[in-house]
Design a protein around this ligand. Structure first.
Ligand code: GCO
Ligand code: MG
Length: 449
């Protein structure tokens, strides 16, 4: 029956004593009724972890295959520091738990898999679950012929503004980096200060050289929190003086300095109007946020280390942070992240999902779909994907003029070429990235990485 006729009959029914006789035109379980459940009866046939490192960073992607040939989903499960542990959790535990179940009962799969280990909310199991969860949203989008952002209610914006990072050993070096990103259309730039030798990451002021004579797992990176906390406000001052106000500046403290020094640093950069200051404290020191809030109006971003709702609930409901920086796979994927975004909406907190190099293009795509669909979007950490990444992951999010473009292909819109992925094998965990657990003060005290 044509929709028009169906409506006509309903209205006619309504005309003729609607209250008494508006019998529904279709029985509740009539498969012919418009919009009734005509999705295929699918089951999960296989769940597999795929490790690859096209940019030299260990990535974990989960592939969920259905019993319909060629219909599969991909999800990001990247916990780069413990990639092989996540792969084991997927292959040895989630696969036997999920094979034979429906891929379309997404939240039930999430809840049951989450509870299946009894002990929960850890980064390894959360990432394994995230890989499956994102893959199920990918499958549903493909079945429905819709991009995931449409399943989330459709676009609230036409593109996803991003920020990218620059670092340097001198203010002039950082200034050059900011200018080059501005030429590429970036209006938000994260500025980091610090040396890089032997793998030390983007953060902090390095005082000592790397002791190359030491075996890898005992090499330390020296860091001076006092010099760092003194230098960063000067960096902001230099950039405001040389580049001016026509750029949003962000900075990541990366939870590396004592909380009281972080409060002083945040207050010291306040005159230079940072867009946000990220991770001033570690999750363990979250009670300092009330003290910071009482002394400064600098926007605060927090969350990449969160794995448990107990970590973000009080910070959001007490309005102690302004940007939610969660790494979506660390909390279990899109299903919980959507709920966090909705919670944040009611407390004036905007999203700024974690988007580093140790997130696969599938994970970046998941960020973009959520960024397009939530009303309380703030900013997205972005990056440009290398040719190798684009070859291994056809459909990588595209950056134009500082913004990720909408992904309007069904599902998450990113695929994986497994034979190419195999050309970038992941080595043994970990090759002791220098500073994870080896960042120390001059007196040898180990500090947060
Ligand atoms: C960021 C982060 C990262 C992390 C990295 C850890 O804000 O992008 O702080 O750079 O250090 O993801 O593996
Ligand atoms: Mg960070």
């Amino acid at each position: 029956m044509q929709r028009r006729d169906w409506l006509g009959s309903v209205l006619a029914g309504a005309g003729a004593g609607a209250l008494a006789s508006a019998r529904p035109a279709f029985a509740a379980d009539d498969p012919q009724a418009p919009g009734s459940e005509r999705l295929p009866d699918l089951t999960i046939r296989d769940v597999r972890a795929i490790l690859t490192a096209p940019a030299g960073i260990r990535l974990v992607v989960v592939k969920v295959e259905t019993d319909q040939d060629g219909l599969y989903g991909l999800g990001c499960a990247t916990f780069t520091q413990r990639a092989k542990l996540v792969a084991a959790a997927v292959d040895q535990f989630l696969k036997p738990f999920l094979v034979g179940k429906s891929p379309l009962e997404i939240d039930d799969v999430w809840q049951s898999a989450h509870l299946s280990s009894y002990w929960r909310h850890g980064p390894v199991l959360n990432n394994a679950l995230s890989g499956v969860d994102m893959a199920l949203w990918d499958i549903l989008g493909k079945v429905a012929g819709m991009p995931v952002h449409r399943l989330f209610g459709g676009k609230c914006r036409q593109k996803v503004p991003t920020y990218r990072s620059v670092r340097g050993e001198t203010p002039e070096e950082v200034e050059d980096g900011v200018r080059s990103l501005m030429e590429q259309g970036q209006r938000h730039v994260r500025i980091q200060y610090g040396g890089r030798s032997g793998g030390a990451s983007t953060y902090g002021v390095r005082t000592g050289a790397i002791d190359e004579a030491q075996p890898e797992n005992r090499r330390t990176v020296a860091f001076d929190p006092v010099a760092y906390a003194r230098e960063v406000p000067r960096l902001f001052e230099h950039l405001r003086a040389t580049i001016g106000d026509d750029i949003e500046l962000l900075h990541d403290v990366h939870e590396r300095i004592p909380p009281i020094q972080a409060i002083r640093l945040v207050k010291a950069v306040e005159p230079f109007r940072p867009f946000f200051i990220e991770d001033p404290f570690s999750p363990e020191d979250a009670d300092y946020f009330t003290h910071l809030r009482a002394q400064s109006a600098v926007p605060i971003a927090m969350g990449e280390l969160f794995t448990n709702p107990r970590e973000w609930l009080p910070l959001v409901t007490d309005r102690l942070i302004d940007f939610m920086r969660i790494h979506i796979s660390m909390i279990g994927g899109l299903t919980p992240a959507r709920k966090v975004a909705s919670l944040c909406e009611f407390f004036g907190v905007r999203t700024a999902w974690h988007g580093p190099g140790d997130l696969s293009p599938v994970g970046h795509a998941a960020n973009v779909h959520l960024d397009l669909a939530v009303p309380n979007f703030g900013i997205q950490e972005g990056r440009i994907f290398s040719q190798a990444e684009q070859d291994v992951f056809p459909g990588c999010p595209e950056m134009i003029d500082g913004a990720f473009q909408p992904i309007d292909r069904p599902g998450l819109g990113v695929d994986l070429d497994e034979s190419l992925a195999a050309r970038f094998p992941v080595g043994d965990d970990p090759p002791f990235d220098m500073h994870w657990g080896n960042l120390r003060l001059d007196d040898g005290t180990v500090i947060h990485p």
